[in-house]
Design a protein. Sequence first.
Lengths: 260, 129
Amino acid sequence: MNALHPAPVGARHIIGPFLPGVIHGALAQAMPEKVLAQGADSLWNTQITGEREDGEPFTYVFFSGGGMGARKDGDGLSATAFPSGIRGVPAEVIENISPVVMHKRELRPDSEGAGRHRGGFGQEMELGVRGDSPWALSAMYDRTRCPTKGIQGGSPGGAGAVRIADGEALHPKRQQCIPAGERVLLDLPGGGGFGDESERDPAQVVRDVTDGLVSVERAREVYNVTLTRDREGNYVVGEEETARLRGAGHEGQASSREQD
Amino acid sequence: MHSSERYRAGIDIGGTFTDLVLIEDESGERAVGKTLTTPEDPSGAVQEGLVELLEREGLEASGLETIIHGTTLVTNALIERKGAATALLTTEDFRDAVAIGTEHRYDMYDIFIEKPSSPSGSPPQRGAS
């Protein structure tokens, strides 16, 4: 944060952006309604070095954001950097000016920190490089081991992950050689939740499931909302079962508090 | 306006009013008209307003060389999320291209901003893959 010469420094996009989240976390103890739950914070900067198909060397870097933290009055923003004010680069632009190919880029399902208001979803990307040469990925990613925290009883978001398409884990902060033709998968972290997830409006859970962003299983296990489909195939809340699950949850909490 | 000259019409079909301008190129002389937009068929107000304006100026429609029109109706429909049900078709594995956008916060220092919903659904609904 305050390195003095000649201390070696690097990747300031990782360290610096953690600071506002720490301050928000401190303020949350006194004024939770005025702060955000933790978000991905540090940027996910992808730097790729390799050879173009004509043998010319290239290097390309693009910035991406995970999910933002939730707040008292609403969900966290998905795939939006905070506190940094970056702009992401569309796949079409990346592919036009570099040999990098984006094979997938969508919001990352089930990565949101659950809560009365949920954190923003992270992103999932699958990328490679055109041509027959190996390439180097300079990974500079964080929140792979320490996921975002929720506040006021909200849950942590999904931790980040970096791996080769076949499943082999890559180091989140190291330059690594990727074999020709291989693809890399990036899972960007989700934001932390705000408030108890069993208090989330079931209609909002239905919306996230309909959007394909929260699984039916997660809706039931985490949010205590059971979903069924109506005649037209739309998801609807299983009112009785949901009331039972949520009622049981609250009674359980009440009795555990009494025991304390 | 002199009826012997050639002239052009510019028409703006707004959400409430349809505004018309006639311009006579040689002299630069201008005349304006205004009528209520007819949302059920926007061409109604255009025709009505133009006929009215030509009559008022004592001009023949045959002297019109060019009619240019623009409309905010489409923009309004997008902003108000009105109109026909729409769907956004994307390349597989890029369903959230619009939702992700440029990942940008439009106000750097307001931590509570809301992003607008997608025009293809409010909120954007991802179809099953």
